[in-house]
Design a protein around this ligand. Structure first.
Ligand SMILES: Cc1ncc(COP(=O)(O)O)c(C=O)c1O
Length: 428
């Protein structure tokens, strides 16, 4: 990384500062798990381009599918169908939980979330939306209204969407109710029930939206019994359960979707990021019964379901399936999790290591367990100097996301872990 990178300087002249970049560096090209700067410096990209490149940069199967599609047609624009987009939809519903077999394609995660909220309101005729504290669902006005991972996403955009409520996420490491995991009897779920007695009647709640693994807010997986309890609660009251799998989906957790780790089937699922290996695509997936209540024209898009992105998506799903990447992420991820947990035992700056598959969060703490964002940043900077790109998250920016591409070899994973551990040792 060079401070005086001329492209960074040009970028800063034309892009509004609102556009945040994790690192002031530019890449010239990328392949597999690596990115290369103009000066030829090579980095291992364990940010996976913000949890997008689950099968790495420029996977040859994706490039081939895209090249082929470019020769045929690149745009349908809501005027006509194209076989590639239909095949992509068929591929996607073949991997979503049973019963979720109709979808709406759009371009970004936030757009998918907007679509999910609109679908929920439309089909239930109710307005209330409940989301969880610390959640990140995107930056469009609807999505940001249910996002509370940081006030900087919301400041000066009020008034936001009305009839939106937040309840504590089951972030057991820092339980909002000061409960201990395992002995709490899911107090947070009981709170949600009580909330719907005192604050908004369940009869007015269209949907409860949850990231099955809290992403931007700190990489914390919701306990399985919480998710299944939430499922029951929603069913009991005719509330739609929306699983926002924009970040946790497409194999990242060692299952196609994080809800699969617990056998929980939501009513609506959102997917984006890893869905098309870097090409813009997202989806709202739901049951035929609900989708068929959403009449023609009640939602729409010009670019959603773009055939080129769809070709990339088909190739992505095939690669994950054929190369056994789910199993690999599940087993290697578990080994990394255990290894990091053992390591953290002698490193007091690490308060918690959690996750599943290749979606692991490492939380940095101070002497009294308080969030230690500076320590986390020091480790991230160390890793970058050593050629490893990792990024942070967490409400206090004190969590490292360990999200290598699923295609990384065991040796590459170990190399990344060694650099990360060396970074943590510098804190001592
Ligand atoms: C869980 C979740 N939902 C929605 C979004 C928004 O996605 P996008 O940035 O593609 O709009 C993100 C992005 O990080 C996300 O992690």
């Amino acid at each position: 990384m060079k401070k005086a990178d001329p492209i960074v300087r040009r970028a800063q002249k034309v892009f509004t500062p609102a556009l945040h970049m994790y690192y002031p560096m530019t890449i010239a090209h990328a392949k597999g798990i690596h990115v290369y700067t103009d000066a030829g410096r090579k980095y291992m990209d364990f940010s996976s381009g913000l949890a997008v490149l689950n099968i790495g940069h420029n996977h040859p199967r994706v490039l081939e599918a895209v090249r082929n599609q470019l020769l045929h047609c690149v745009h349908t624009g809501g005027i006509y169908y194209n076989e590639t987009s239909v095949a992509a939809a068929e591929h996607l519903v073949s991997i979503t939980p049973d019963g979720l077999d109709m979808l709406f394609f759009s371009n970004s995660g936030a757009e998918a979330v907007e679509g999910a909220l609109k679908l929920a309101r439309y089909v239930t005729g109710r307005q209330g939306i409940i989301s969880f504290t610390g959640a990140f669902h995107g930056r469009t006005l609807g999505a940001v209204s249910i996002t509370t991972s940081s006030s900087r996403y919301r400041n000066f955009y009020h008034p936001l969407l009305p009839s939106v409520y937040q309840v504590p996420y089951p972030y057991c490491y820092r339980c909002a109710f000061r409960c201990k995991r395992g002995t709490c009897n899911l107090h947070c779920l009981a709170f949600l029930r009580e909330f719907m007695e005192r604050v908004i009647s369940p009869r007015e709640v269209a949907a409860i939206i949850i990231e099955p693994v809290l992403g931007e807010g700190g990489y914390f997986p919701a306990p399985g019994n919480f998710l299944s309890g939430l499922r029951e609660l929603c069913t009991e009251h005719g509330i739609l359960m929306i699983a926002d799998e924009v970040q946790s989906g497409m194999g990242r957790t060692g299952q196609w979707f994080a809800v699969d780790c617990h056998g929980v089937v939501p009513d609506i699922l959102t997917s984006a990021k890893g869905i098309a290996s870097g090409f813009p695509l997202s989806a709202v997936v739901s049951t035929r019964e609900l989708m068929e209540k959403w009449p023609s024209g009640s939602h729409g898009t010009t670019f959603g379901g773009n055939p080129v992105s769809c070709a990339a998506s088909i190739a992505t799903i095939e690669v994950i399936r054929e190369d056994g990447l789910l199993e690999k992420a599940a087993t290697t991820g578990e080994a990394v999790l255990q290894g990091l947990r053992e390591f953290s035992g002698s490193h007091p700056f690490i308060g918690s290591v959690r996750g599943c598959g290749y979606m692991i969060g490492i939380e940095f703490v101070g002497e009294n367990g308080e969030p230690a964002g500076d320590a986390c940043q020091k480790v991230l900077d160390f890793c970058l100097k050593k050629g490893l790109i990792l990024i942070g998250c967490g409400m206090e920016r004190n969590v490292i996301r360990f999200i290598p591409p699923l295609i990384a070899t065991e040796q590459e994973i170990n190399e990344g872990v060694e650099i990360l551990e060396a970074g943590v040792k510098t804190l001592l």
